[in-house]
Write a protein that binds this ligand. Structure first.
Ligand code: COA
Length: 187
């Protein structure tokens, strides 16, 4: 219930939250949501016997790339992935799900948020939160050059919060890139 309330559009009731209309011109973050699921096997393990972090990162990249491609109506490449914290190990027999959503869109780039969860393959216990990551994806044309994307319309309070926080992360990424470039010019 708390989640449903959080997702309710600003100024709208619960029924509207469920049946909120979307049109061709305004895409909301919720329209871009997708979930990818994989079951982990022995092929995915590292020397310790748990699942390799790189396997999970690939799933995240796949999910973010798909969300960005759908949103932008064509290919999108990974420009960056923020720090990714692994909160719990993933084991053989775990069903790994990656939930992805476009949080923010600019001229040609998009920030996609990904949440990784696991459940055991043979019981109904609650999902375990394994990792969260934010990726910058850039829509590209056939020559690999950035191409424009449509405007994103965050509607719910939760979507607006994510949009604002994505803007803060973007400012930090660009400021860091700028500072490094300046430092190289000076050195
Ligand atoms: C991503 C790429 C297309 C950007 O090309 P570019 O010529 O630098 O393009 P621009 O400088 O115009 O940047 C395009 C957008 O990406 C954003 N961007 C680029 N690098 C970024 C970074 N490190 N962090 C945040 N945003 C970034 C820019 O702010 C801009 O966003 P906007 O148009 O929404 O304002 C290019 O660097 C590339 O092809 N990289 C390789 C991608 C790849 O192959 N990924 C898979 C690795 S295996």
């Amino acid at each position: 219930m708390a989640d449903q309330l959080q997702e309710a559009p600003v100024g709208a009731g619960m029924v509207d939250a469920v049946n909120a209309p979307t049109d061709d011109f305004e895409t909301a973050p919720r329209d871009t949501r997708l979930t990818l699921a994989h079951i982990m096997s022995a092929h995915d393990t590292n020397l310790l016997g748990t699942v390799h972090g790189g396997v999970i990162m690939k799933f995240v990249d796949d999910a973010a790339g798909t969300a960005a491609a759908r949103y932008s109506g064509g290919p999108a490449v990974t420009a960056s992935m923020d720090e990714m914290l692994f909160l719990a190990p993933v084991r053989v027999g775990d069903v790994v799900t990656v939930k992805a959503q476009v949080n923010w869109a600019g001229r040609t780039s998009m920030e996609v948020g990904c949440r990784v969860e696991t459940t055991r393959w043979d019981d109904l216990s609650d999902p375990v939160h394994v990792a969260t990551a934010y990726l910058v994806m850039v829509a590209v044309d056939g020559e690999g050059k950035p191409r424009g994307v449509r405007e994103l319309q965050p509607r719910t309070r939760e979507e607006q919060r994510r949009f604002r926080e994505a803007t803060i992360r973007r400012e930090h990424r660009l400021a860091r890139r700028e500072a490094i470039l300046r430092s190289r010019e000076q050195g």
